[in-house]
Design a protein around this ligand. Structure first.
Ligand code: NA7
Length: 542
């Protein structure tokens, strides 16, 4: 095919119609660019479409977990709870699609299977599972950080005659759970949110736990009209606070996301009486009020002991309390979890905890599961087993860059990207809040407005200049990856005992790297502004 025949169908293909994709399509259109969004789900919403399991909820306050680009929308939209439940966020995103007529540029039920860069024409050919072939000058990967579900397997699972359902692929039509014997594997955020609800729905719930989790009472509550009005009255300031905050949050929300200590006193210098007083005053939060737990493993372990003490005080059966108690990895290594009565659920007579490290799964049978110690009959198996986070959604596409390079090979030893936006070897391709950016460490909507806003402005400029290829430079990418690594050195995220989806440790065989930028959102955005001012320093422009 001649280059002339490879003229693009659209300026931009956006992959994904979650929060990033919806914002991208609106912003691209506002700047006069043509775009098509390809979305594998039958609806918009991304994470908030797929994760519709009982109890699904965001752990960022609703008034902050929303876009600020349209002051009218911000004032009109009514949130009902402090932490938004999944149906409310889904409704909010549906509303965005409708309000700005975004659906006319979105092809639903269309999964991207392959993407190939053609160097002479400077275009991408995007192929889908519905046999679409779309040629675009630029691609914006709005594929999400937690969107490639991880599904483990056990011997005999295929023979299980009951229902198997994954929290991250929960069917729209729902799952019949009423009065069923339910088993759930996984006690991360999804499991911790689902467990209290599944216990209420089923006749019996068995929780299969591999690693005990750190989770804090969310203290979720209905939002009063007064509270909501007070925030809406100062929304411009709140958005400004978000833009200027390390984690794109206002108030104390950032401490929740990072599990960072909030106090000034060292736990290593504390007396038993002071620690007891902390437990009495702060409960589960007593482990998070010290200044030395983020950097000192001995202090961290003392804080964890306060946490274990709270579990002992909450869970009546001492053996169950012990099994639920985190040991052997530091507080702050994983993303903190917020719960609605998680530990209390284990006081119910119809809930059983199976600690898989003591009692591993041997096999599934048509009727249930056999562990090393017993047989447990099940009607429904829920998998809350997490995600191939941050990179999986990109590496599961057959993404072929310059000179036939494949992303899944280039990232086999860990993700490498410049500014968390561009990848050397993959010109004209941008990814949203991906590896190398603050990514999942910052509140998505404001972070998306800033970072995806930069991408869209850049694309507009490149189109105006008739640029054929825009590609991260190898040396600039290496320097950025070094900076990302330097900032995480010594933190709990990369502690040798920390196994998490942040560092790839949750997936067998995945490279162990921590790809999130820990310099904070304002520093990151300042860097992007400097890069633009220096004519896209670190990118090669053809
Ligand atoms: P997470 O936090 O990765 O949790 C997954 C859970 O599944 C975790 O408890 C895992 O245990 C468990 N798991 C995974 N594979 C297995 C196998 N093979 N056997 C037993 N248990 C297993 O995912 P979530 O969906 O809960 O949360 C992800 C993020 O979404 C969350 O942090 C919020 O930001 C929103 P492990 O700890 O690996 O031993």
């Amino acid at each position: 095919m001649h280059t002339a025949e490879k003229s693009p169908d659209v300026d931009v293909v956006v992959v994904g119609a979650g929060m990033s994709g919806l914002f991208a399509i609106k912003a691209l259109r506002d700047r006069g660019l043509t775009a098509v969004v390809l979305e594998k789900a039958p609806k918009a919403g991304g994470t908030w479409y797929w994760n519709r399991y009982p109890g699904a909820r965001c752990d960022i306050p609703s008034l902050e977990y929303s876009f600020g680009f349209d002051p009218e929308l911000e004032q009109e939209w009514v949130w009902t709870e402090h932490f938004p439940p999944q149906p409310e966020i889904e409704a909010y995103l549906d509303h965005l699609a409708e309000r700005y007529d975004l659906a006319r540029d979105i092809r639903y039920s269309t999964g991207v299977t392959a993407m190939t860069f053609d160097e002479p024409s400077g275009t991408w050919l995007v192929e889908t599972d519905t046999d679409d072939h779309i040629r675009a000058r630029f691609c914006v990967m709005a594929t999400g950080g937690l969107s490639a579900p991880y599904t483990p397997s056990w011997p005999g699972l295929d023979s299980f005659a009951g229902t198997v359902v994954q929290t991250s692929l929960w069917p729209e039509e729902g799952v019949d759970l009423e009065g069923k014997r339910i088993g759930i594997v996984g006690t991360g955020s999804s499991g911790v949110q689902a467990i209290p609800e599944l216990a209420k729905l089923g006749s019996h719930l068995t929780v299969f736990q591999r690693t005990p989790t750190f989770t804090w009472p969310s203290r979720n509550r209905a939002l009063t009209d007064e509270e909501q009005a007070a925030v809406k009255a100062r929304y411009p300031q709140l958005r400004e606070e978000q833009r200027n905050s390390f984690t794109a949050t206002a108030g104390t929300t950032g401490a929740v996301i990072l599990a960072f200590p909030t106090g000034e006193r060292r736990i290593l210098d504390s007396t038993p009486e002071e620690r007891e007083a902390a437990l009495a005053e702060h409960g589960f939060d007593a482990c998070r009020i010290w200044s030395d737990t983020a950097s000192n493993l001995e202090a961290n372990e003392m804080a964890v002991e306060l946490y274990r003490e709270m579990i002992r005080r909450t869970v009546r059966d001492p053996e169950t309390a012990e099994k639920l108690s985190p040991r052997g990895f530091p507080l702050g290594c994983k993303r903190p979890v917020l719960d609605n009565g998680y530990f209390e659920t284990f006081n119910r007579d119809d809930v059983t905890l199976v600690a898989l490290r003591d009692e591993p799964i041997v096999e599934f049978t048509p009727d249930g599961v056999r562990t090393s110690d017993r047989f447990i009959a099940l009607d429904v198996l829920v998998l809350a087993t997490g995600f191939d986070a941050m990179t999986g959604a990109l590496t599961r596409i057959d993404l072929q860059g310059r000179d036939g390079r494949r992303l899944r090979d280039d990232w086999a030893d860990g993700a490498r990207a410049y500014l968390g936006i561009g990848i050397e070897g993959y010109p004209n391709l941008f990814h949203c809040v991906g590896p190398g950016s603050a990514g999942v460490l910052a509140t998505y909507p404001p972070h998306i407005e800033l970072q995806v806003g930069w991408i869209v402005d850049t694309v507009r400029d490149l189109v105006d200049r008739g640029v054929v290829a825009f590609e991260a430079d190898r040396a600039a990418q290496d320097a950025w990856c070094d900076e990302v690594a330097r900032l995480s050195a010594g933190t709990m995220y990369v502690a040798p005992t920390c196994v998490s989806w942040y560092n790839g440790g949750n997936i067998d065989g995945k490279a162990r790297t921590f790809p999130l930028y820990l310099g904070g959102v304002p520093t990151y955005m300042e860097r992007l502004r400097q890069v633009t001012a220096a004519d896209y320093e670190g990118f090669r422009i053809t």
